[in-house]
Design a binder for this molecule. Structure first.
Ligand SMILES: [Zn+2]
Length: 405
């Protein structure tokens, strides 16, 4: 797998039944746990930074003597070190391991998807074969994936394995560009052809107002009990209830929107262009978009779902710096002023456009000006401009801007 390619990871977790005796497997898991514990005990007091090399030098030959294979040894001290690191960073005590669980490298198992069996290589050259207790369809999904590691566990008398798969995503060659503008009360998306024709426009209302109502309730309660709200059970419960509503509403919306957007982008073979929210934060520290209690967290959630759904469909996603996208004229670069409800007008060239759609045109233009230069689309840098499309767009909001170029 090459470096720059995006990768999707997923684990297949399933119960596993050893064929024949499982004595060796249990013995292996105990030995593994004890070996991790021994290493944790020995490195707990060491304050210097432990490199892999050093760990290897300290423990490799001991572990080999215990009957482990080379990659068992590596997994064991990597495991011990990460246990120690996380215990220390939480200010906790030295971990004491009880559970039987082992991480196993791809060199030490063989997965047979056709027969849904798994062969583990254990200590002292023992092997154990396990049948995976899972429906065929679940396994089928991973046929073209590669797997690189697994965890085997013994819990309440049963064996469980989690097999980690990954797959490189070969992004679809984009044929169109979808620009997405996140606003307080809507998400506006437009699809442009590579030579700048607008072929699709959609606005999805956000539940921001509903979320805000719950926020206001929370603040109202907190103001009423400024010191005590944390300690009075009923008050705290009321706040939690509103918080939960906010979480549900926002995740539901993000999932639905991510799905809608990615489906549409897939149909049009679009590369999806999002605003870089980090940049938005830097640019707009005092900006207008922030005075409205806009939840950046909510935008992040939406983008997260868009990116996830896009990746599932092998679609490309790119981010642009949103600076100026809602204040500059897409035709001449002049300053836009408000001209009635949600309409912007350019004082310089007379361009008039719906506020949200204008923002998406600017987002599209920013992306194209950056990418056409590298020859991605084979479009000359100043070939047909998207700004030729927009005209007056009062009237039907969602049909605005049928192209006339
Ligand atoms: Zn202008």
């Amino acid at each position: 797998m090459r470096g720059g390619e995006p990768v999707v990871n997923e684990a297949l977790k399933t119960r596993a039944l050893p064929e024949g005796s499982y004595d060796y497997l249990l013995e292996f898991l105990r030995l593994y746990r004890d070996a991790v514990q021994i290493i944790v005990d020995r490195i707990w007091g060491i304050d210097e930074k432990l490199s892999w090399k050093k760990l290897h030098r300290l423990f490799y030959s001991d572990l080999m003597r215990l009957g482990f294979r080379a990659h068992h040894a590596k997994e064991i001290y990597v495991n011990a070190k990460s246990l120690m690191d996380s215990a220390k960073s939480n200010g906790g005590r030295k971990p004491v391991l009880r559970k039987l669980s082992a991480r196993i490298d791809k060199y030490d198992y063989k997965l047979d998807l056709d027969n849904t069996t798994l062969t583990l290589k254990l200590h002292n050259n023992y092997e154990v074969k396990l049948r995976l207790v899972t429906p065929r369809e679940r396994v089928e999904k991973f046929r073209d994936w590669s797997n690189y590691e697994l965890v085997v566990k013994y819990e309440d008398g049963e064996f469980w394995v989690s097999i980690y798969f990954k797959r490189a995503v070969k992004p679809l060659e984009p044929r169109t560009v979808m620009a997405i503008d996140l606003n307080f009360d809507n998400v506006t998306l437009t699809v442009f052809t590579l030579d700048g024709k607008l072929i699709r426009l959609k606005k999805l209302n956000t539940p921001h107002r509903k979320i805000l109502t719950h926020k206001i309730w929370i603040e109202r309660i907190q103001r009423k009990y400024p010191k005590s709200w944390r300690f009075i059970k009923g008050v705290r419960k009321a706040i939690e209830k509103h918080g939960e509503r906010i979480r549900n509403i926002s995740w539901d919306y993000a999932h639905k929107t991510g799905n809608t957007i990615a489906k549409l982008a897939f149909r049009h073979h679009s590369v999806i262009i999002l605003e870089d929210l980090e940049k938005l934060r830097e640019n707009n520290k005092k900006g207008r978009r922030f005075n409205k209690k806009l939840g950046l967290w909510f935008y992040r959630r939406i983008q997260f779902c868009v990116e996830y759904e896009a990746m599932e469909r092998n679609l490309q996603v790119a981010k642009i710096d949103p600076r100026g996208t809602s204040s500059k004229c897409p035709r001449c670069g002049g300053k836009l002023v408000e001209d009635g409800y949600r309409v912007l007008r350019c004082m310089k060239c007379g361009f008039v456009g719906d506020r949200d759609v204008t923002a998406t045109i600017n987002i599209y233009k920013k992306y194209i000006s950056k990418h056409s230069r590298c020859g991605v689309f084979g479009v000359a840098p100043n070939a047909p401009k998207p700004d030729e499309a927009p005209s007056g767009m009062q009237g039907n909001k969602n049909e605005a801007m049928t192209t006339k170029s």
